[in-house]
Ligand binder design. Structure first.
Ligand code: FAD
Length: 456
């Protein structure tokens, strides 16, 4: 008999519990990837599809070109493969998002009718949300007690399993090709990404090693400065499971303990918290977690939203960040907070519109972290920045890009503006080759607070 190893969001061979356990059994294995655009709430964005395409090429190589690609309904596709290859077992990652949980429940039922065993393993999170509850058996809504009391004090993440000793593949008799998945857009916008990102499991491990050798020791402070290279930039690799969280966690444990390492771990904790929130409060995928915001009167001006998307708001730090996103498929964390706050609070555009733009453009677009990040910044989420705390983009730029390197990298036309005026160039000259501000900071702030007062 044979086993299918079904890859979904964990596209790696090192410390992949599903692959590891399948490889240990007597069965031969058939690695399968199904691009299922039917059982999804939201189609993958262009940037994610580009990353996925390349991650699958890398995974196929690691599996000695034994990965089979299919497109369609997961259950239908699996039923066909099961008949063709005498399958007795399926190995896969445990789902944590609502849609996947529903799909897997249906699949499990179907497989039981065909006597196929469904083996699932947690390949995605350090802590399985179902085991993390408060004393009264209700879920946490505040990060610090969730992370410290619920996770750190109670459960040690699993040790990484390492690489399977050997693979014994089923001889497949189909020649499915990655191109059949049609992941790439016809317009080759992504050519510019090819020389910025090396999309392979090996690269993810190298990036981690390099980060742990140097930048980690300045992480707590340096992580706020977008011109520095003090964050790991592992997010797209983590999003597509090209590196295991358990491996990262225990690699951090091997370093001498210091506050930077604890801080980096807590950021991984925020990712866990995002999945946790969506696990228990799945309505927040589309609705405000704090329901009082359901009555908020968003203005949703399409002109302002377009200007924000293009990086033409007239606020240099906001515009630089939106251009970073467009040119690199990535945006620094502080800049995500600044641009999101600006859209939601100064432009009064619904966070869901910003979330969908990020979803389309980010290479690391992660269903849980993106929604939780937007709700946090908008003030509508759990343990969120209060709505009335509105980032001032001028001060944010002056504080976190005080030498202007990041701003000028993306808005070079401001290079002759003295640093003192870089974040408020309108005070320097009205004859610059740069867009006018689309809103006044004070007026838009007052307007936001007024709108907020109506729902308080
Ligand atoms: C509005 C908004 C939207 C966001 N959308 C996403 C998204 O779609 N995908 C995504 O991976 N992250 C998202 N984040 C979180 C964070 O900005 C990125 O994870 C981080 O910038 C990635 O860069 P890095 O790998 O260098 O991070 P590092 O600082 O090196 O952190 C290491 C890892 O920890 C995780 N992490 C760090 N900070 C956070 C956080 N605040 N929330 C959740 N996980 C975190 C990521 O997996 C990251 O790769 C969003 C944040 C905001 C405010």
């Amino acid at each position: 008999m044979n086993s299918i190893v079904l890859f979904k969001n964990n596209l790696r061979i090192n410390d992949n519990p599903a692959l590891f356990h399948a490889s240990k059994s007597k069965n031969k294995i058939l690695p399968v990837y199904i691009y299922d655009d039917i059982h999804v709430k939201k189609q993958l964005g262009s940037a994610s599809r580009y990353w996925l395409h390349n991650a699958l090429i890398s995974l196929n190589k690691s599996l000695n070109f034994n990965l089979s690609f299919y497109r369609g309904d997961t259950i239908d596709v699996l039923m066909k493969i099961i008949k063709k290859y005498e399958i007795s077992d399926i190995y896969c990652e445990q789902p944590f998002l609502k849609n996947d949980i529903i799909l897997f429940d249906q699949l499990k039922l179907k497989l039981s009718m065909f006597n196929v065993k469904f083996n699932i393993y947690n390949c995605t999170l350090l802590w399985d949300p179902q085991y993390i509850l408060k004393k009264d058996n209700t879920p946490y809504k505040v990060f610090t007690p969730y992370y410290k009391k619920g996770c750190l004090e109670k459960i040690k993440p699993d040790m990484p399993l390492g690489m399977p000793c050997k693979f014994n593949f089923v001889k497949k008799n189909n020649d499915s090709k990655i191109d059949d998945l049609k992941l790439l857009d016809k317009f080759r916008w992504y050519d510019k990404m090819d020389n910025q990102w090396n999309i392979s499991e090996n690269s993810a491990e190298k990036i981690l090693d390099l980060f742990l050798e140097s930048s980690i020791y300045n992480y707590k402070k340096g992580r706020d400065f977008p011109a520095l290279n003090d964050t790991s930039k592992l997010s797209p690799y983590i999003r597509f499971g090209m590196i295991s969280l358990n491996k990262i966690w225990y690699a951090l444990d091997r370093l001498n303990f210091d506050r930077n390492i604890a801080h980096y771990k807590s950021e991984l904790g925020w990712r866990e918290f995002s999945y946790y929130l969506l696990y228990y409060f799945s309505f927040m995928e589309t609705q405000n977690l704090q329901t009082k915001f359901d009555n908020f009167n968003w203005e949703n001006s399409s002109e302002k939203f377009d200007a924000w998307k293009k990086g033409e708001t007239g606020y240099p730090i906001v515009d630089a960040a939106m251009k970073e996103l467009w040119e690199t498929g990535y945006m620094h964390n502080r800049m995500r907070m600044v641009t999101a706050s600006f859209l939601v609070k100064n432009l009064l555009v619904d966070w869901r519109l910003g979330e969908s733009w990020f979803w389309d453009c980010l290479l690391d677009a992660d269903y849980a972290s993106n929604i939780a990040g937007w709700q946090w910044t908008a003030g509508t989420g759990a343990d969120a920045a209060p709505y009335f705390r509105i980032f001032n983009p001028i001060l944010q730029g002056e504080k976190f890009d005080h030498e202007g390197k990041y701003t000028l990298k993306y808005i070079p036309q401001l290079k002759d503006v003295p640093l003192k005026y870089l974040q408020k160039p309108w005070e320097y000259s009205s004859n610059l080759d740069y867009v006018n501000r689309i809103v006044d900071l004070k007026d838009s702030r007052d307007n936001a607070l007024y709108h907020y007062s109506l729902i308080k």
